[in-house]
Design a protein around this ligand. Structure first.
Ligand SMILES: NC(=O)c1ccc[n+]([C@@H]2O[C@H](COP(=O)([O-])OP(=O)(O)OC[C@H]3O[C@@H](n4cnc5c(N)ncnc54)[C@H](O)[C@@H]3O)[C@@H](O)[C@H]2O)c1
Ligand SMILES: Nc1nc(=O)c(N)c(NC[C@H](O)[C@H](O)[C@H](O)COP(=O)(O)O)[nH]1
Length: 219
């Protein structure tokens, strides 16, 4: 599995405000860049915290770029939500129309919630006891031919992926604003590392919109 993480953060490293409302940190050129990234992968991943905060649909991508890079018959990327307890609302946009939506969940999810989400078309993958075992779940996606993933957040999920050693590349747009707030989500939240910090290697720097895009590979 090849895993690319992408996010937009403020100059002080926040993904959104303490109210967890989506903020336009980047601009048109960055959204177009993300649309191209989406077109290059088999699946787009978010955590359920992002679904509850932003209600993304994860459908939009650069179709022309997809055809050019992956051929005329390449399917659009599937949508994937990491959701340990099946908290995704059945009416969430990520479940509406469009490509398959995989729900990665755990044994801790109430069976009736899992059933309800299956009833509205979600493809459920159960891996892990309390939380999604991301390595195992990604292995199951690979069995379905999903080999390259773009993870778009949020901070809890991104931290867990680094903790599990599953991230290959990280691209971050850093914008021209300060959001602040000790409770505002950052790029990597979770418990945080105290030693054995994952190390990155700088692979690219580009000025875009009113900020900068940093491309990192994970050592
Ligand atoms: N600026 C950006 O680029 C960007 C992108 C995405 C999200 N966001 C923001 O991030 C915030 C949401 O982030 P968040 O950190 O609250 O939630 P999140 O999206 O990281 O989701 C966390 C949830 O994922 C699920 N999960 C399943 N397995 C897990 C595992 N092994 N480890 C961790 N989580 C696991 C859990 O149910 C957990 O509650 C929102 O405010 C949203 O607006 C910003
Ligand atoms: N590139 C980028 N710049 C930002 O300033 C910002 N706030 C996001 N945030 C990502 C966002 O939280 C969502 O995950 C998806 O962009 C929504 O996806 P849809 O358009 O619904 O498919 N992304």
């Amino acid at each position: 599995m090849d895993v690319l993480v992408n996010a937009a953060v403020s100059a002080d490293g926040k993904l959104s405000s303490r109210r967890r409302e989506q903020i336009a940190i980047s601009g048109e050129a960055d959204f177009a860049r993300v649309d191209r990234l989406r077109a290059e992968v088999d699946g787009i991943v978010v955590g359920v915290g992002t679904v509850l905060a932003d209600d993304p649909s994860l459908i939009r991508h650069d179709e022309a770029h997809r055809r050019k890079r992956r051929g005329p018959n390449a399917p659009p990327p599937v949508r994937i939500v990491a959701d340990s307890r099946c908290r995704t609302p059945t009416g969430a946009d990520v479940l509406a129309g469009g490509p398959t939506t995989y729900l990665l969940t755990s044994e801790a999810a109430p069976p009736e919630r899992r059933e309800a989400l299956r009833d509205v078309g979600a493809e459920t993958v159960v891996a892990g006891d309390e939380r999604v075992d991301l390595g195992e779940a990604f292995g199951r996606l690979e069995d379905d031919g999903i080999e390259r993933l773009l993870v778009e957040g949020g901070g809890e999920l991104i931290f867990s992926l680094f903790e599990a050693g599953l991230v290959d590349e990280l691209t971050v747009f850093i914008g021209n604003m300060i959001i602040g707030g000790r409770d505002a989500p950052t790029l990597a939240d979770g418990e945080g590392f105290v030693s054995a910090f994952p190390e990155l290697e700088l692979a690219g720097v580009e000025q875009l919109d009113s900020g900068v895009v940093l491309e990192w590979t994970v050592r």
